[in-house]
Design a protein around this ligand. Structure first.
Ligand code: ADE
Length: 222
């Protein structure tokens, strides 16, 4: 799956995409990450990418011209790609979105992710975007961390990335709330007086499955 990221800070991605499963996905040829530096599309001798908002207000906005030029270049590299914009204004991103994007990836569709910075972007860029996603009800300093979250959640679903897990198994999770995992335990059986639930030690698969189903809900506060 071809994944192009438009950003002013490509170096922020190095640790995340260069380690562990995301790195392995690239090494195995399953994911192909590349970066388009928005600065290269900046205007004038100072390569300006931002400007003050019409109507007043604090902070600077990304100008539409450099962002759209960068998207157009990315689209030339991959005409069928889905263009994603992480933004607090977007629809809340869910596991079902990750699955849908990973499925599109298996059909050969790549991703172009625009990572905004500064206080925001000129709204007109959304005309060049297919999906706007919020990764939660809080505000970050830019779209790079959300972009990495989108990439991680999609790439782990691509066949061959996680050992032993088939895409069919993943498809069996139907809705977003069913996707919550049950608690798990490993050795030792008794850790500082905290015991592993008895049923998990029995080897009784039916009872274990029942216990897991019963406990596959969100953890309470603390
Ligand atoms: N950019 C800043 N905050 C964000 C959020 N919560 N989700 C997506 N993009 C963002």
């Amino acid at each position: 799956m071809k994944i192009q990221v438009i950003t002013l800070f490509p170096e922020m991605f190095e640790g995340v995409l260069g380690s562990s499963m995301l790195w392995k996905a690239a090494d195995r040829g399953i994911a192909d990450y590349s970066f388009i530096n928005l600065r290269d599309f900046g205007l004038g001798p100072r390569k300006t990418v931002d400007d003050t908002p019409y109507g007043g207000g604090d902070g600077m906005l990304l100008k539409p011209d450099p962002v759209v030029a960068a998207i157009e270049q990315a689209r030339q590299n991959d005409p069928d790609a889905l263009v994603l914009l992480p933004t607090p204004r977007g629809k809340t991103y869910k596991q079902s979105d990750a699955k849908e994007i990973a499925a599109a990836g298996q059909q050969g569709r790549g991703l172009i992710i625009v990572s905004p910075r500064y206080e925001g972007y000129d709204e007109r860029i959304t005309q060049w975007v297919d999906r706007q996603y919020s990764i939660g009800n809080y505000v970050l300093t830019g779209g790079e961390l959300p972009a990495m979250i989108l990439i991680d959640s999609v790439v782990r679903l691509l066949p061959g990335v996680l050992g032993g897990e088939t895409s069919a198994e993943i498809e069996s999770f139907q809705d977003d709330d069913e996707n919550i995992e049950f608690p798990q335990y490993t050795r030792p059986e008794d850790f500082r007086g905290l015991k592993v639930p008895e049923v998990l030690l029995t080897g009784h698969h039916g009872e274990i499955a029942k216990w897991r189903a019963k406990n596959a809900h969100k953890a309470g506060p603390a």
